[in-house]
Design a protein around this ligand. Structure first.
Ligand SMILES: Nc1ncnc2c1ncn2[C@@H]1O[C@H](COP(=O)(O)OP(=O)(O)OP(=O)(O)O)[C@@H](O)[C@H]1O
Ligand SMILES: [Mg+2]
Length: 534
C-alpha cells in the first residue's frame, strides 16, 4: 500500500480480532506440504522423478529386509509425453494388509517406522504418500497399488488420491485382481518430471543402490530404452537384522523425559526408568532416583516439572553403559568391497567400518570404502558417493556432513592433489555410509546429513584411516613405477657400457658380449628379487 492512498481506504481494509478469528483455522499437514513440496524433494521435475522412485524403492527394500526376504526389485519408468512419466516399482516383499493400503498411500505422516528406534531407510511416514500427492497435483492421476500378502490370499488393486484438506485417503478404485507374484507390492505413479542421464540421475541412483545393497537384485528399465538392465546380487546374505532399541537416557530431552514418565506403564519411578530406557538396570535406576533426591517407589505419572528436572540432571551424572549397537546393521567391509568391485573398474580397493558411536543418545556407525586407479579418471575431482542407511544421497552435497568431513581432510598427505576448500583430484571413488537408528537429515527430503560433532568426528577418523591405506598403496605403486623407469634406463645403456669397456680395457668382442650378458643378468635378477619381496 502506498503512502498516498486515502486514509479511508486503509481503514476499510483494517482487520479486527473478530474478522481475523473468522479466518483462523487449522492447516492440514498435506496442505502444508503441497505448498512446500520442495521440503520433500519435489522442487524441480528432475528431482521429483528421482524422489518418487527413491521413496518407493526405499520402502520395498525396508519391507523385504524386515520380512527376511532377499529383495528383487523391478523399477520401470515409462515416458508418456515430453514431461510426463509413469513410474512403477514392484517388490517381492511381504505385501501390505488390505485395510492399511489407503492410509499408507493416501495420508501423510502414517507409517510403521517413526516410533521405532531401529535402522531403516524410511523413518518419517511421509515418503510414498508425498510421491503420490505430487503425482496427483501435477497430473491429476491417482496413485495405484497392487499388493498381495500370500499365495493363498487374493491380490488387491487400489487407486488412491490424497484429500489434501483432510490429509485423508480417497479410494477411487478398490478391487481384487489376478496377479502372478505370490507376495509383494507394486506401486505406480504418474507425474510431471524430467529424465536426464549423468549426475543426480535415476540411473546413477540405481547403480549406487546396487553398490550399497549387494544382497539386492534389481531390474531397471529407463524411459529411453526397451532394454532391461539386470543388476545381479553380489551376495545371497541378507544384512544382519537390526534390533529395535529403547532410547538411551543420556540423549533424552527434558520434555521427552516428562512425557515418558507420565505415559509409562510402570507404577514406580525406578521401574519406569528401567523399563522405558535401554541400559538402565535396577541398581542404576535406584542410583538415579537417589541422586535426584526422589523416592524410587514414587508414582512416575505424577512427576512435576522441577522433579523431572532433577531427574534429568541426575541421569547425566550417573555412569550408564553405552547403548546397545545391535540396532544397527552396517554394510560391513567385505560387502562394501564386493559392492565396489562389482560396479567400479578400479585396481585398488579398501574399506573400513568404524565401531558404533552415539549422538544425542542415538547409536550410529560410519563406514568408508575407496576405489582407486584402473579406469577411473585421474584429472577430475574424486567421485564422492554418500549413503545414509544404505540409501544413496544425490542432492545437497555441499550441505552434508559427509562432504564437510571429506573437505576437512588434507588429502595431499595421502598422495592426492587438492586445492584449498575443494575435494581432492584423483582416480578415486569415495564411498561413505552412515548407519543410524535415526539419521539426522537436514530436511524432510532426506538429502543431506546434519553435522553433529560426534558424527563429524567419526567421519574424519574413518576418512583418515582410509586415506592412510591409500597413501601406502600410492607410495608403493609410485616406487615400483620409478624403479622400473630407472631399470629400463640402465638397460638401454648396458650395450654402451660394453663398448666403452672394450675400448678402454682392450677387450675382445667375445669378452664384451660376456660383460653385456652378465650386466643384463644382474639387472634381471634384481628385478625378480624385488618381485619376491613385493
Ligand atoms: N512396498 C511396501 N511393502 C510393505 N510395506 C510398505 C511398503 N511401502 C510402504 N509400506 C509401509 O507403509 C509405511 C509408510 O510408508 P512411507 O514411505 O510413507 O513412510 P516410511 O517409509 O515409514 O518413512 P519415510 O517417510 O521416511 O519414507 C511404511 O512405514 C511401511 O510400514
Ligand atoms: Mg518410506
Amino acid at each position: 500500500m502506498s503512502d498516498t492512498q486515502p486514509v479511508e481506504g486503509r481503514a476499510q481494509n483494517r482487520q479486527t480480532a473478530e474478522s481475523m478469528a473468522a479466518r483462523q483455522r487449522e492447516i492440514s499437514i498435506s496442505e502444508f506440504f503441497s505448498k512446500n513440496r520442495h521440503l520433500l524433494g519435489f522442487d524441480n521435475p528432475q528431482k521429483a522423478l528421482l524422489t518418487a522412485v527413491k521413496e518407493a524403492v526405499d520402502n520395498s527394500l525396508d519391507a523385504c529386509e524386515d520380512a527376511g526376504i532377499l529383495p528383487t526389485i523391478k523399477i520401470g519408468i515409462q515416458q508418456l509425453a515430453e514431461d510426463r512419466f509413469r513410474i512403477a516399482v514392484e517388490d517381492n516383499g511381504p505385501g501390505i494388509v488390505k485395510a492399511q493400503i489407503p492410509k499408507i498411500f493416501g495420508k501423510l505422516l502414517y507409517g510403521s517406522k517413526f516410533h521405532t528406534l531401529k535402522q531403516a531407510r524410511g523413518q518419517q511416514g511421509i515418503g510414498i504418500s508425498a510421491a503420490g500427492m505430487y503425482g496427483l497435483l501435477t497430473t491429476g492421476k491417482s496413485l495405484s497399488v497392487t499388493s498381495r500378502t500370500g499365495e493363498e490370499k487374493p491380490a488387491h488393486y487400489y487407486e488412491i488420491q490424497i484429500d489434501t484438506r483432510k490429509n485423508a485417503p480417497q479410494i477411487i478404485t478398490d478391487k481384487v485382481v489376478e496377479w502372478d507374484p505370490p507376495h509383494g507390492t507394486r506401486v505406480e505413479i504418474e507425474l510431471i518430471g524430467t529424465y536426464k542421464k549423468g549426475r543426480h540421475s535415476v540411473d546413477d541412483y540405481v547403480r549406487q543402490t546396487a553398490i550399497a545393497n549387494p544382497h539386492c537384485e534389481i531390474f531397471y528399465t529407463a524411459p529411453d530404452t526397451e532394454e532391461v538392465l539386470h543388476l545381479q546380487r553380489g551376495s545371497d546374505q541378507l544384512p544382519p537384522e537390526p534390533r529395535e532399541i529403547k532410547p538411551h537416557p543420556y540423549g533424552v530431552e527434558l520434555g521427552v523425559l516428562i512425557r515418558m514418565m507420565k505415559e509409562s506403564s510402570a507404577r514406580q519411578l525406578s521401574a519406569a526408568l528401567q523399563r522405558d530406557f535401554s541400559r538402565v538396570s535396577g541398581r542404576v535406576a535406584v542410583e538415579i532416583c537417589k541422586a535426584a533426591g526422589l523416592n524410587p517407589n514414587a508414582n512416575p505419572h505424577t512427576i512435576v516439572v522441577h522433579e523431572a528436572e532433577r531427574l534429568f540432571r541426575a541421569i547425566n551424572g550417573v555412569k550408564i553403559m553405552s547403548p546397545a549397537t545391535n540396532c544397527l546393521s552396517p554394510i560391513g567391509e567385505e560387502q562394501i568391497l564386493a559392492g565396489l568391485r562389482k560396479e567400479i573398474a578400479a585396481d585398488y580397493f579398501t574399506a573400513i567400518t568404524r565401531a558404533p558411536a552415539v549422538y544425542r543418545g542415538n547409536p550410529f556407525q560410519v563406514e568408508v570404502g575407496l576405489a582407486y586407479g584402473g579406469r577411473l579418471q585421474s584429472d577430475d575431482l574424486i567421485d564422492l558417493l554418500r549413503f545414509a542407511n544404505r540409501v544413496p544421497l544425490q542432492y545437497q552435497q555441499s550441505g552434508c556432513a559427509i562432504t564437510k568431513a571429506a573437505l576437512g581432510i588434507d588429502w595431499r598427505s595421502y598422495g592426492l592433489s587438492q586445492s584449498k576448500g575443494a575435494l581432492p583430484v584423483g582416480p578415486v571413488v569415495l564411498f561413505v555410509h552412515i548407519a543410524s537408528v535415526w539419521v539426522p537429515f537436514t530436511s524432510e527430503s532426506k538429502e543431506a546429513v546434519a553435522a553433529y560433532p560426534e558424527i563429524m568426528r567419526e567421519l574424519r577418523l574413518a576418512l583418515q584411516e582410509c586415506g592412510r591405506k591409500l597413501a601406502t598403496h600410492i607410495r608403493a605403486h609410485r616406487r615400483a613405477v620409478d624403479e622400473e623407469k630407472k631399470k629400463s634406463y640402465i638397460e638401454k645403456y648396458i650395450p654402451h657400457i660394453g663398448i666403452a669397456l672394450r675400448e678402454i680395457l682392450g677387450l675382445s668382442e667375445k669378452a664384451e658380449k660376456q660383460v653385456v650378458v652378465t650386466l643384463k643378468d644382474v639387472l634381471e635378477r634384481s628385478r625378480s628379487r624385488e618381485h619376491i619381496e613385493d
